[in-house]
Design a protein around this ligand. Structure first.
Ligand code: ZN
Length: 382
């Protein structure tokens, strides 16, 4: 590994990850460790041809069998974004599964997301279950994250999604959860310092203990031991990522969804939630200098869905234009029940990291090392 001056700016010669990811390292010819992980660890084990299809068929057989006499054989976590929408189509139309479409409404759905979910569910003849998160608690937890100064303020929303879905599966004895997580568009992961583990309840609750104002009594909380050990190994609830076994490219998926379902595309990944759009498109970018498009585009470059030149061109302009930012800033402040001036104050306050609060980082690091050793997880955060 080549040593580098920690203050010098450097960008990978193969993808568009750069030193805004402070842990990035560069090897021969300036290729970064994200690219090397992809080439050495992910690519050799990622099969979307016949081999992947056969593996998927085996899993599908198990899923069908697990249903017993129930109406559903699995649940699909649906955000209305491209990955979960395409997954829903594949699961029903191509794999012949009987999924219950599961949606968590944390208060920030975009109108497009709502329309997309309805269209898919309708045309595929599926059932939709929507769990609504208690808004007072959600709002209080989100405000606590703003006050804490950490970059990962998307945690309350993501945590609620995970926790609610697992809870539902456990309660109704459903053994399989399908998610749209995939290597094709997500093989490069957000660095830990940009987005700390959203499932770390110790961190989330510590931040809420310090900055929250109402007790969390209804907000769904999960823990690493619960969803990494108890639910998969004791209750045998498994998470399957079907998009990793089939050819999946963003462009083709969007075209199919638009043509068959009248699905409405989003200008950027994760923009189905208005909060995430504000967070990734403005807050993280402006306050911390972290541009999640680098991660998304780098994934697309590695999987040959975008050229590096095209990515560099797009990165020249900010993710959101001035007018949208102004509107969204006001929307977010109003929705959270604070003034624009207050939100601006949070923006100017000193930046913190996940290390400034209690966490289970060590448990996650150990877990990830074990999973990689057993070959159960490819890549991972670092
Ligand atoms: Zn790279």
């Amino acid at each position: 590994m080549v040593m580098r001056n920690p203050l010098a700016y450097q960008i990978c010669t193969n993808c568009v990850m750069d030193t805004t990811d402070s842990k990035i390292t560069f090897g021969a010819e300036g290729v970064c460790d994200h690219c090397l992980t992809f080439r050495r660890q992910i690519l050799p084990q990622w099969h979307t041809d016949e081999r992947g299809r056969r593996e998927l068929e085996k899993i599908v057989a198990k899923i069908r069998k697990s249903a017993g006499g129930r109406d559903f054989d699995c649940i699909i976590g649906m955000s209305g974004g491209i990955d979960s929408s395409y997954l829903t189509y594949i699961a029903k139309a191509e794999l012949g599964l009987r999924p219950l479409v599961f949606h968590v409404d944390a208060g920030w759905n975009s109108q497009e997301a709502v329309n997309n979910i309805e269209k898919l569910v309708d045309k595929l003849g599926l059932d939709l279950y929507t769990e609504v998160i208690d808004w007072e608690e959600m709002r209080d937890l989100q405000l606590a994250f703003f006050k804490s100064g950490v970059p990962h303020i998307d945690t309350p929303q993501d945590h609620a999604f995970f926790a609610t879905m697992y809870k539902f599966a456990e309660k109704h004895d459903i053994k399989y959860i399908l998610t749209g997580a995939n290597l094709s568009t997500e093989c490069v992961r957000n660095p830990l310092e940009w987005m700390y583990y959203q499932t770390d309840s110790i961190q989330m609750l510590d931040i809420h203990r310090q900055f929250g104002t109402v007790p969390l009594t209804k907000f769904p909380v999960t823990s690493i031991l619960r969803h990494k050990i108890y639910l998969p190994y004791v209750k045998r609830i498994r998470v399957v990522r079907p998009l990793n076994y089939v050819p999946y490219t963003k462009e083709t998926a969007i075209r199919l969804l638009v043509e068959r379902f009248g699905w409405q595309p989003y200008p950027q990944k994760h923009f189905e939630s208005r909060f995430t759009r504000f967070y990734e498109g403005y807050w993280l970018y402006k306050k911390f200098g972290y541009d999640t498009r680098r991660v998304q585009y780098s994934s697309l470059i590695l999987t040959r869905q975008m050229t590096r030149a095209e990515a560099l061109e797009k990165l020249k302009s900010p993710p959101l234009d001035e007018e949208t930012i102004r509107q969204e800033f006001e929307y977010v402040a109003t929705k959270l029940g604070i003034s624009v001036a207050q939100l601006e104050e949070y923006m100017r306050a000193p930046n913190r990291t996940y290390r400034d609060y209690k966490s289970q980082e060590n448990v996650y690091a150990l877990g990830a090392a074990v999973m990689r050793l057993l070959g159960l997880e490819l890549g991972g955060k670092r």
